[in-house]
Design a protein around this ligand. Structure first.
Ligand SMILES: Nc1ncnc2c1ncn2[C@@H]1O[C@H](COP(=O)(O)OP(=O)(O)O)[C@@H](O)[C@H]1O
Ligand SMILES: [Mg+2]
Length: 246
């Protein structure tokens, strides 16, 4: 199918949220949120702890129901969390193909996904034998094999050491560039956000306090003055001004 006919048949929108409200008891977490994510767009969501980032992701996966508003999402969506959440009694490949009918093609797709995360040699290992970074790569392979139209990432690298984290950022950047799902990724790391995102949102007091296109060509250098400017302005939107950090 050509790109043109495809774009005529399906609008280039993966996620459409309008007037989304969500409270827990008295606490208003999302107070009329509007958000459109284009197909293939990589959106990063920043915000202080407890601002409702995970709640927004749970509303997109259907684990929470909105109090008001509309949430339109594609059918194929999958989430990677801070913890890999592997099933300890299944080998690595079994974790990647979990929930799928056993077949040669499912197995081959699982092995291909493992190769993409550079773990093809570990298909028969048990989860307990993996490092934290390897377990997270299995979680990524398990997400990829489902060919999601929407990939949700909730602080996926937060538990990893600094070097592994940088390697994972690079891997996620590559995988997303190849598979082109729409992505909504939560992180606390402004540097990571500016490295990966097409667009960065800052959630604060139930609304987006910033919505910023990251117009820095790839591959991105940390020292690119445009990247540094985005970082400074995002830190300001998060309420972190120079000298205020503890
Ligand atoms: N199931 C729930 N019941 C009650 N309060 C909740 C529930 N889930 C989240 N909250 C509250 O909603 C707010 C936002 O939580 P969360 O979305 O997890 O924030 P974030 O991911 O940005 O740190 C927090 O105050 C949290 O305590
Ligand atoms: Mg959270």
């Amino acid at each position: 199918m050509s790109l043109i006919s495809e774009s005529l048949e399906a609008p280039p929108v993966a996620v459409s949220i309008t007037g989304l409200r969500k409270s827990f008891g008295e606490k208003v977490v999302l107070d009329g949120v509007d958000l459109t994510i284009r197909r293939g767009e990589f959106v990063v969501l920043l915000g202080r702890s407890g601002t409702g980032k995970t709640t927004l992701l749970r509303l997109l996966t259907g684990l929470e129901a909105p109090d008001a508003g509309e949430v339109l999402v594609p059918g194929r969506r999958t989430t990677v969390y801070q913890e890999a959440r592997l099933v300890p009694s299944k080998r690595v490949l079994g974790n990647v193909t979990i929930g799928q009918r056993r077949s040669r093609s499912a197995r081959e797709a699982g092995l291909r996904a493992l190769a993409e995360v550079h773990l093809d040699g570990k298909a028969r290992q048990w989860p307990a034998t993996l490092s934290g970074g390897e377990a997270q790569r299995v979680a990524l392979a398990r997400a990829l094999v489902r060919e999601p139209e929407l990939l949700l990432l909730d602080e996926p690298f937060a538990a990893l050491d600094a070097l592994t984290r940088l390697q994972m950022q690079e891997l996620v950047g590559e995988l997303v560039a190849r598979h082109r799902p729409a992505v909504l990724m939560v992180t606390h790391d402004v540097d990571e956000a500016v490295r990966l995102a097409d667009r960065v949102l800052v959630l604060d007091a139930g609304r987006f306090a910033a919505d910023r296109e990251i117009d820095v060509p790839r591959p991105r250098q940390r020292t690119d003055p445009r990247a540094l400017r985005h970082q400074a302005e995002l830190l300001a939107a998060l309420g972190v001004t120079p000298g205020s950090a503890p």
